[in-house]
Design a protein around this ligand. Structure first.
Ligand SMILES: Nc1nc2c(ncn2[C@@H]2O[C@H](COP(=O)(O)OP(=O)(O)OP(=O)(O)O)[C@@H](O)[C@H]2O)c(=O)[nH]1
Ligand SMILES: [Mg+2]
Length: 307
């Protein structure tokens, strides 16, 4: 359980002794705001949540609530849900299924192309393996592009996953052009009527202009259907900064938040959606196994957070 969730449970236990009046409402909202901030929710979002909560709750001594622990979740849930709900929801499985249906009718369409990016060590390669596994067990044909031709061991790492999952991999030589490897993988996937291509790239900081230019080249050459940023939930507020920085350079279609299991405080999730103006969080990485991968459902998340 994230420390945000634990903190909220403790907080609700505490305010259950508060009588409902304006003074206590203000006090509780202040505590709630601090709790959010101390769990990686960015200051901007935390302030917005508490401002909205204040305007909705003040002056309401609603008889239907026995105490603040019952009242706060009712008002806070829709506010947080509004923040973490994507501008346009994205269901990859549904999209893949529709794509396959269209493809099998008349002409075979090109594969859907997924480009994964992010800073070093966030969980890109692992997330690719998890998503490929998910697609594979649903019967889709996946091709992996080992476009990380930079970090030593990256090619072999992806190959191990490809063999375990049972999908094709197109590899490149270390030091070779990563865009060319991705291009070859797409060409192979087209020829073999694959459903999806997953492009693994080397980790990079968005402030590194050269590496961002390389990423833009990969993006230009592969024209991905989905550019997916993988961020590490443990990075806290940095995860939010990364999402902003990458989104400025490459328009993101989705975000994967990896390592949610590894003692993450949990608030980064709320901040990344806000900071990117509603880019959907698609999956949460919750461990090292292929199945430790949850599709992110905003409503379910909020309901569990404010139980
Ligand atoms: N606990 C946990 N560990 C994870 C998760 N996702 C990835 N990891 C671990 O994080 C480490 C880095 O994962 P990679 O997938 O290699 O990260 P990457 O972004 O591809 O790294 P680079 O290619 O070096 O930039 C590995 O030890 C993974 O097993 C997750 O959801 N939970
Ligand atoms: Mg990698």
């Amino acid at each position: 359980m994230s420390s945000l969730k634990k903190g909220i449970q403790k907080f609700l236990g505490k305010v259950s002794t508060y009588e409902i009046n304006d003074k206590n409402i203000r006090k509780a909202i202040r505590e709630f705001e601090l709790l959010l901030i101390s769990n990686d929710v960015s200051l901007k979002v935390a302030k917005q949540i508490s401002k909205k909560l204040t305007s909705k709750m003040l002056g309401k001594r609603a008889k239907r609530f026995s105490d603040l622990s019952k009242m706060i979740p009712v008002f806070a849930k829709p506010i947080i849900l509004g923040i973490i709900s994507p501008k346009k929801p994205l269901d990859l499985i549904e999209i893949l299924e529709n794509h396959r249906k269209i493809s099998s009718q008349a002409v075979k369409k090109s594969p859907l192309v997924f480009l994964f990016l992010g800073i070093n060590g966030t969980g890109k390669t692992t997330s690719i393996a998890k998503l490929s596994y998910l697609f594979k067990i649903r019967g889709y044909k996946v091709v992996l592009a080992a476009s990380d031709t930079f970090r030593s061991g990256a090619q072999e790492q992806l190959k191990v996953h490809a063999d375990r999952i049972g999908v094709k991999i197109i590899r490149g030589k270390y030091g070779s052009d990563s865009a060319a490897v991705a291009y070859d993988a797409i060409a192979h996937a087209k020829a073999k009527y694959a459903d999806a291509v997953m492009i693994d790239t080397s980790g990079r900081m968005a402030v590194n202009q050269d590496l961002m230019e390389e990423m833009k080249k990969i993006h230009r050459v592969t024209k991905p259907d989905f550019a997916i940023l993988v961020v590490d939930a443990l990075a806290g507020n940095d995860a939010t900064e990364q999402a902003i920085d990458f989104h400025k350079e490459i328009p993101l279609n989705g975000i994967i938040l990896a390592k949610m299991d590894a003692d993450a405080r949990g608030g980064a999730l709320i901040s990344v959606t806000f900071a990117t103006g509603g880019v959907p969080v698609l999956f949460l990485g919750t461990g090292q196994k292929y199945t430790d991968f949850e599709s992110f459902q905003p409503k379910k998340y909020v309901d569990q957070l404010l139980k």
